[in-house]
Design a protein around this ligand. Structure first.
Ligand SMILES: Cc1cc2nc3c(=O)[nH]c(=O)nc-3n(C[C@H](O)[C@H](O)[C@H](O)COP(=O)(O)OP(=O)(O)OC[C@H]3O[C@@H](n4cnc5c(N)ncnc54)[C@H](O)[C@@H]3O)c2cc1C
Length: 608
């Protein structure tokens, strides 16, 4: 049996047990089982799911069926007017890659070089770019359509890997007005390709869809389905890992996992790992499993009477996501052909559906949008009193930045040292004008379809359990983004907001759309303080569904949880391969990076 639905059907032991059959878990499972002698069990909370909603690119813009998602509530966010936010996460085979928005973006060279400078040899751009190529293939439409849609790209940034990245055979007219506004009216560069380390400028970005059938390319489709028949691979679904078994005596070593069925009241089943346990439950649930297993900050574990296996204060600290702004403007004279037609006009939708089903062309082949522009701080600061250097000097130094860290960092010098090292690297890149600070995204209806994303926040949050109930859905950890705690983050977003406002309201290329600001309202709100209040009070979300960093890959003396081989400090036979390992968040949606990380991790585990 390849897919098990009852934990008691699992064997007693496997070589590797992977906790979480999401994006990274399935990549690692695929690569490890290339060796027929290696046995792997993947334990996944969700089940296999198939529907048009999951596969047609258009639906990637909508939140998926609630039964396939965790929606984890945050704590009230002090920096965002005390509001709370639901964080969506994939709870199905393929994890986030099965339910996400399909944007396929890579970070900048400086992002990965920063990882290397944080003490992780072999994790800079040079090495990572090999794994970007290994994991992905670029699909482009016919030369006629490429010409017609004006696409630019560079195939040499891709290899022949399992994940299919696609430039879709459809674009809405608004997309072109927005390109014109940003590049011709405002003078920002148009890049030929943003996949090879230079992301500063506007560019066409692919979506994660397969050019052969124009459906989603997820970790499930790319890495699991093609190898599901392997006799050495089993997938245990509807089951969650509660903790890693680490015997109390002797050397700390992961011996296996304790799992429960999602069904209420099920009995615990213990499964052994002959070689390793690999945590791949994502940026929220991997720190939960570690803490429940006695690996985490001592004071937290003591409070919950969890025996301490390894005092690692970094577990659940260094929490990052991408704060995002949406919905500040609307158009009064929309282009007659725009994305909203799919939602509001039944006959337009029916025709689009028929076209997609017949030819795999038309509006349903495009996801939320695959266009955007990444800007530096220098791009955002235009008047002389507000220069980038001034801002950096007044708002950021490693010393003053630590004042905005969560209370959890108090009395934990290693965490503070790690954060100070990050700030120092980020500041140098800001100063040099290489830090990809903010992303402006656009899609088929301008401007409701626009978003502004803070790509390199300086604020850090926490993910800490407050209960010993291990159910990841019913008893999630406390998620505190602590967004906008650092004043530089708010300042950067005020500047980004003002740039967006300038482009949308004054660009000749957009004049015909009659853009109007809804919030804060251009007449009512003049000062930066008023804009900041509107951002904090209404417009900003603390996340873009990219939680990461909570088991960071950094030296232990810098608050790290895993070393550069992704091994948890102080515990043998235990690694983390998921978004928790990011030392510093990259300036891109996470999936492309996570595929590359997982490919590299598999090579490390196999000793390649
Ligand atoms: C709504 C949404 C939209 C997104 N949009 C984009 C986008 O457009 N582009 C992009 O690049 N990225 C996007 N992302 C982010 C991207 O999908 C994630 O960063 C990526 O999937 C993270 O990979 P991961 O392996 O760390 O975790 P995941 O893919 O989340 O996998 C973790 C898996 O572990 C399982 N799990 C959790 N706890 C347990 C447990 N205790 N036991 C067993 N299993 C467990 C989960 O069910 C899940 O399947 C989006 C994410 C979401 C949720």
């Amino acid at each position: 049996q390849r897919v098990l639905r009852d934990p008691s059907a699992a064997k007693d032991a496997y070589d590797y047990i992977i906790a979480g059959g999401g994006l990274t878990g399935l990549v690692v499972a695929n690569r490890l089982t290339e060796d027929p002698k290696t046995t792997v069990l993947v334990v996944e909370y969700g089940d296999l799911a198939d529907s048009w909603n999951l596969s047609i690119p258009y639906y990637a813009t909508a939140l998926q069926d609630a039964s396939l998602m965790f929606t984890t509530p945050s704590t009230p966010q002090r920096g965002l007017g005390g509001r709370t936010f639901n964080l969506p996460l994939g709870a199905t085979v393929g994890g986030g890659s099965t339910v996400n928005g399909m944007a396929y973006l890579r970070g900048a060279k400086v992002d990965y070089d920063t990882w290397e400078k944080m003490g992780n040899r072999g994790w800079g751009w040079k090495e990572m770019s090999k794994y970007f190529k290994k994991s992905s293939t670029l699909n482009v439409p016919s030369p006629e359509i490429v010409d017609q849609l004006n696409y630019t790209y560079d195939k040499s940034s891709f290899g022949h890997g399992p994940v299919q990245a696609l430039l879709p055979p459809w674009q809405w007219p608004d997309v072109y007005y927005l390109y014109k506004a940003w590049t011709e009216d405002m003078g920002y560069p148009l890049l030929n390709d943003s996949m090879s380390g230079n992301i500063l400028g506007a560019a066409w970005r692919p979506i994660s869809a397969d050019g052969k059938n124009l459906t989603r390319s997820s970790a499930r489709k790319a890495y699991y389905d093609p190898v599901q028949h392997r006799p050495n691979l089993q997938l245990l679904v509807n089951t969650y890992v509660a903790k890693v078994q680490i015997p109390a005596q002797g050397l700390s070593r992961a011996k296996g996992v304790d799992v429960f069925s999602r069904k209420d009241g099920s009995a615990k089943v213990s499964i052994s790992a002959r070689k390793e346990v690999i945590l791949a439950a994502g940026g929220i649930h991997t720190p939960q499993i570690l803490q429940l297993s006695g690996i985490g900050p001592r004071h937290l574990l003591d409070k919950l009477n969890i025996p301490v296996v390894e005092d690692l204060p970094g577990v659940g600290a260094n929490f990052m996501d991408h704060p995002t702004l949406r919905g500040a403007q609307q158009v009064n004279q929309p282009n007659p052909i725009n994305f909203s037609l799919l939602r509001n006009n039944a006959s337009f939708f029916d025709a689009a559906w028929a076209e997609y089903m017949a030819n795999r062309t038309g509006p349903l082949t495009a996801a939320g949008g695959n266009s955007g522009l990444t800007a530096t701080l220098h791009n955002l600061t235009t008047n002389s009193d507000d220069t980038a250097t001034n801002l950096i000097h007044t708002l950021i130094t490693p010393a003053n930045s630590t004042a905005y860290l969560p209370a959890h960092y108090r009395d934990k010098p290693t965490l503070v040292a790690g954060y100070a090292a990050q700030v120092s690297l980020l500041t140098s890149a800001l100063q040099a004008g290489t830090n990809p600070l903010v992303d402006f995204l656009w899609s088929g209806n301008a401007p409701p379809g626009m978003a502004v994303v803070l790509q390199k926040p300086l604020s850090r949050g926490t993910v800490l359990i407050n209960s010993t109930n291990p159910h990841p859905g019913l008893s999630p950890p406390l998620v505190d983004f602590n967004a906008f705690a650092h004043p530089f983050d708010a300042r950067a977003m005020v500047l980004a907001f003002k740039l967006l406002r300038r482009v949308l309201l004054t660009s000749p290329s957009l004049r015909h759309l009659g853009v109007e600001e809804l919030l804060p309202g251009e007449e009512a709100v003049g000062t930066d303080e008023e804009i900041e209040a509107a951002l904090r009070g209404t417009l900003m979300s603390p996340h873009n569904a990219h939680p990461c960093g909570t088991a960071g890959m950094m030296p232990r003396e810098l608050g790290g949880v895993v070393d550069e081989r992704l091994k948890v400090y102080g515990v043998e036979g235990l690694r983390v391969v998921d978004a928790s390992m990011l030392p510093v968040i990259v300036a891109a949606n996470l999936q492309a990076t996570m595929y590359a990380v997982a490919e590299k991790a598999a090579d490390i585990i196999r000793g390649h």
